[in-house]
Design a binder for this molecule. Structure first.
Ligand code: AMP
Ligand code: GLY
Length: 420
């Protein structure tokens, strides 16, 4: 089977690593890929926003399955373009991608079909939004409607902050034209990703991301500073509840709206007092959740993705290693604000020798030397019998990797270990 992978971040490196374990894999390409993905796939420097060029590439290289990592090409209709050309793809179509691309679409869908989530109101007028905020009081959550790279959400602790947040939404361009004001939910967050063929769903084991830049969940929101799996906050009772009350009803709700959702559905959850509610849906694998979930998956991912794309999961089941996985993200100093690029990276080989898998998130090769090329640079990933062992192993490995101003959280998985 010839495969084309779209994307070049840490999530896509983990996907490439897992896909490459399938014995039936034929030619394997990635656009744009990364120095890490280049270990498995031939990387081509092309825009992932040009659907016509991507369809052409897939045709020219006799691709049997296109696997799409990031949300932007899904929201941009890449799967629809591929499907029109008769090319199979793992990922959802443009209509389905609204579940991530428009918070309002997702919230209205949940409300209509009784899927548990925070109460909300939608405004396209700043003054009306402010009046509502004054009426509800703080804490309260203000969100921009469209894709804002994870930055369009402000959890306001005071009324002043909330009113300021309403004004700030205007700075998100078209994403900020409409504003969602949402009830604040307390509790602990977790991510449950599920593979689906449009009918059946196979939930993956739960993971927990660490979205804030600094230890103790302080600092700014980021794309994710580290993750671990399984996440004990999703026990067997919660897992069953998520499957029956959230994942299955969401796929069915989309179907009732005339949308067949195939690919990976990511439910970002808030769990409190034995109840899970949806914070957000994403239309793709999580980053860095994928980096900790896939190392624990025993089943063949490429076979599963191909079956989802074909709309026929059949009676496939998932099997899991009885271990824990941790991913510590090493980021550029300053991230998620301005940071330097092109800083030489040392110690990756040494870290691998300590038993870690290093997923490249933002790196490039310059004259054969590995340098930084993004906010999130590397994901130092380990598995072990216990979470504590996996954490110790990950930090031993991270500590031997160096680039100027490298920053990583020291408390990845600490919450789960306190519970153990
Ligand atoms: P989102 O992009 O919708 O996932 O929001 C980003 C982050 O903001 C989430 O991961 C939560 O930590 C927080 N958040 C979003 N909505 C709420 C809410 N209704 N209550 C509490 N926290 C929230
Ligand atoms: N880990 C958060 C995300 O993938 O959106």
């Amino acid at each position: 089977m010839n495969v084309l992978l779209i994307g070049g971040g840490g999530r896509e490196h983990a996907l490439a690593w897992k896909i490459s374990q399938n014995p039936k894999l034929g030619k394997f390409f990635a656009i744009p890929g990364s120095p890490g993905i280049a270990d498995f796939a031939e990387c081509a420097e092309m825009s992932i926003a040009d659907n016509a060029a991507l369809v052409d590439f897939a045709k020219t290289h006799a691709i049997d399955l296109v696997v799409i990592g990031p949300e932007a090409p899904l929201v941009n209709g890449l799967v629809d373009a591929l499907s029109d050309a008769g090319i199979k793809a793992f990922g959802c179509n443009k209509d389905a991608a609204q579940i991530e691309g428009s918070k309002i679409f997702a919230k209205r869908l949940m409300k209509k079909y009784g899927i548990p989530t925070a109460d909300f109101e939608v405004f396209d007028d700043t003054d009306a939004a402010k009046n509502y905020v004054r009426q509800k009081g703080a804490p309260i959550v203000i969100k921009a409607d469209g894709l804002a790279a994870g930055k369009g959400v402000i959890v306001a602790q005071t009324l002043d902050e909330a009113l300021k947040a309403v004004d700030e939404m205007k700075t998100f361009g078209s994403a900020g034209n409409r504003i969602v004001v949402e009830e604040f939910m307390g509790g602990e967050e977790a991510s449950v990703l599920a593979l689906t063929d449009g009918e059946k769903i196979l939930p993956l084991i739960a993971a927990q991301d660490h979205k804030r830049a600094l230890d103790g969940d302080k600092g700014l929101n980021t794309g994710g500073m580290g993750a671990y799996a399984p996440a004990p906050v999703v026990d067997a009772v919660i897992a069953a509840q998520v499957e029956e009350k959230i994942l299955k009803p969401t796929i069915a709700a989309l179907k009732a709206e005339g949308i067949t959702y195939r690919g990976c559905l990511y439910a970002g959850l808030m769990i409190q007092n034995g109840t899970a509610k949806v914070v957000e849906f994403n239309c793709r694998f999580g980053d860095p959740e994928t980096q900790v979930v896939l190392p624990l998956l025993e089943s063949d991912l490429l076979d599963l993705m191909n079956a989802c794309a074909a709309g026929d999961l059949g009676d496939r089941k998932l099997s899991w290693r009885n271990q824990s996985a941790v991913c510590v993200i090493m980021a550029s100093g300053g991230y998620p604000k301005a940071y330097k690029k092109n800083l030489p990276i040392d110690g990756v080989t040494k870290a691998k020798a300590l038993g870690a898998t290093i997923f490249h998130a933002g790196t490039k090769l310059v004259g054969g030397e590995l340098v930084t090329n993004g906010g999130r640079v590397l994901g130092v990933t380990t598995t072990a019998q216990t979470l504590r062992e996996a954490v110790d192993k990950a930090y031993r490995a991270a500590d031997v990797i160096h680039f100027d101003n490298a920053h990583y959280r020291r408390d990845i998985a600490a919450k789960a270990m306190r519970k153990a």
